[in-house]
Design a protein around this ligand. Structure first.
Ligand code: FPP
Length: 229
């Protein structure tokens, strides 16, 4: 399971003297190539951070442009994703997203629900703290109604309430564009993940770069807190 923080679209466009949104469009084209590279790379689960709960602080033009891009992307890519065996699911809080977009997200999830070659999860209006908060509300609700007893809450309980209940934990988290932060992405789930922070800006993240990062990861020794066998 590889999770990616797709950063650097804005800088990529600015370096070319173009508006930031043009960088997001270039980034969206990369998403398709990276998803298509997954089967060959042995990546069964790919999770991408498309829009964070903090991204609403950007200008209205950029936010509206991104929302339009997500709608168009779903409409244009649906057929291709279906044909390529990709199952798409979304995580994040849908309440703040517009109805038309939520409708397209639901349709795409349903349309691709029988696929299993690649599981693509798109984080949209997602924040790790927000996710844990919403999960805790639901858990508390179940305790309140007697469905769950406090004594039965163990470390396997909360994950069942998280947006990612259907996903294994990420093995590798990649962040592009040179920033070494996790920015509220998959906080609970990444407890044992490996991290790769690479300088490449997201629109320059080709399947070749992806393969290089993955081969570095495969050479790592993951012990999950244990000693070497
Ligand atoms: C970060 O770059 C990128 C985003 C906030 C948007 C990510 C969206 C895409 C790659 C578009 C396509 C996605 C899908 C699922 C169709 P930034 O704007 O923070 O770049 P900067 O740090 O250079 O300003």
């Amino acid at each position: 399971h590889v999770a990616i923080i797709m950063d650097g679209n804005g800088r990529w466009a600015q370096m070319r003297g173009r508006p930031r949104l043009m960088g997001h469009h270039a980034g969206a084209r990369r998403v398709r190539e990276i998803v298509e590279a997954c089967p060959d790379q042995g990546v069964k689960y790919l999770t991408i951070f498309a829009f964070s709960t903090e991204n609403w602080k950007r200008t209205q033009t950029e936010v509206a442009g991104l929302m339009k891009l997500f709608r168009r992307y779903i409409q244009r890519e649906a057929r291709n994703l279906l044909a390529n065996g990709v199952r798409v699911r979304f995580i994040g809080d849908r309440v703040r997203l517009d109805d038309k977009l939520v409708c397209l997200m639901d349709e795409l999830e349903l349309l691709t629900s029988q696929n299993e070659l690649v599981h693509l999860t798109v984080a949209l209006n997602y924040g790790g703290r927000d996710e844990v908060t919403r999960a805790t509300q639901r858990l508390a609700h179940d305790v309140g109604t007697g469905k769950l007893s406090p004594a039965d809450v163990g470390d396997e309980t909360l994950p069942k309430y998280l947006d990612t209940y259907f996903l294994p934990d990420p093995d590798l988290v990649i962040r592009t564009s040179g920033e070494a932060r996790i920015s509220n992405f998959l906080l609970w789930q990444s407890a044992y993940a490996e991290y790769e922070f690479i300088d490449t800006l997201w629109p320059d993240f080709t399947p070749f770069v992806f393969a290089k990062v993955l081969s570095g990861f495969k050479a790592r020794d993951r012990r999950f807190g244990a000693v070497q066998a």
